[in-house]
Design a protein around this ligand. Structure first.
Ligand code: ZN
Length: 319
């Protein structure tokens, strides 16, 4: 977007009474493999997004302000943005927090508490890494992996397995994940975990440090990041929703659905979230938050690019 277009857009935005939330994952100093570390945005690109919205003169609001807005049907005189980050990556403390402190921008981190407690990694990281680095001919869940497979073939197989993994019932998905983990020996896993530092999650001590910062709100994002689709048992859904609530900020109890598309929550999950006292719950459906949005399935935009795409989307919908 050119500067003169930005100026007009900024003027138009001043008349708006809506805003939006972003969802990112990690913010990285550097990236070694853009496929394996695809959930991480480079620090400079993130700072550019902040500068863009500063030029647009939006307010960077906290989750508590968002909760107050929800009580007024999300009507607000000035346009606003709220930043959220899913899963609970270590770089949220090491890279993201110093940036947010510099600009004094509040943000929410949705944590998968069981993965943090057990010092595990995200299932999608395990699948991507195993498929890119495995050697020899291997058969995984009907998928044949050959030693000579190119990177692009491996990426396609990994993406297919991730999709399949996400929509299996929990027990079956666990068996599949173990098979995939066994594609690499333990010593190689240790090396790769040291190599791909961006995908390290916070440890409990680091979570405590992050949660004490006045700019940060901790929200729930399940225990093991299990996707709450229609084939999951109610007991699993309730356990996942409940587990990470013990770490969350009690002034504003927030939650984000893992994966977060319309397949990943239902009337039933929303009802359980309501029973557990959740104030604000987030999906990954990309939309601005306008008048009368439902607090228990709030949309969010994926954090990428410069921000101008969202602005076009926003102006198009509003005018
Ligand atoms: Zn997630």
């Amino acid at each position: 977007m050119k500067r003169y277009q930005e100026k007009i857009a900024a003027q138009l935005l001043r008349f708006k009474r809506s805003g939006f939330t972003y969802f990112g994952h990690g913010i990285a100093e550097s990236i070694k493999d853009p496929y394996i570390e695809q959930l991480h945005l480079l620090k400079d690109d993130f700072i550019e997004i902040i500068h863009f919205w500063k030029r647009m003169k939006v307010d960077f609001i906290s989750i508590n302000e968002l909760l107050e807005l929800s009580k007024k049907g999300f009507k607000r005189d000035k346009p606003w943005v709220h930043f959220t980050f899913d899963d609970g990556y270590r770089n949220n403390l090491k890279v993201l927090l110093p940036i947010m402190e510099q600009y004094q921008i509040p943000f929410t981190v949705f944590i998968s508490s069981g993965l943090i407690e057990e010092r595990l990694r995200m299932p999608s990281f395990i699948i991507r890494t195993a498929l890119i680095h495995s050697k020899g001919n291997q058969l995984i869940n009907g998928v044949q992996l050959a030693d000579y497979d190119s990177r692009s073939v491996r990426i396609k197989l990994a993406d297919d397995l991730i999709k399949r993994y996400k929509y299996l019932p929990y027990q079956e998905s666990n068996i599949l994940l173990e098979q995939i983990r066994n594609l690499l020996p333990a010593n190689e896993w240790r090396e790769l975990q040291d190599k791909y530092i961006n995908d390290q999650l916070l440890c409990l001590d680091e979570l405590a440090v992050l949660s004490k910062n006045k700019l940060v709100t901790i929200g729930a994002h399940g225990s093991k990041h299990i996707i709450l689709h229609k084939d999951q048992k109610d007991a699993i859904i309730r356990k996942e929703l409940e587990a990470s609530l013990k770490y969350v900020n009690k002034d504003c109890i927030t939650h984000a659905y893992p994966n977060g598309t319309m397949r990943d929550y239902s009337e039933g999950t929303i009802q359980i979230a309501r029973e557990l006292g959740v104030n604000l719950s987030f999906t990954t459906n990309e939309k601005i938050i306008g008048n009368g949005e439902n607090s228990l399935f709030l949309p969010r935009y994926f954090l990428s690019g410069t921000g101008s795409g969202i602005l076009k989307d926003w102006l198009f919908k509003v005018f």
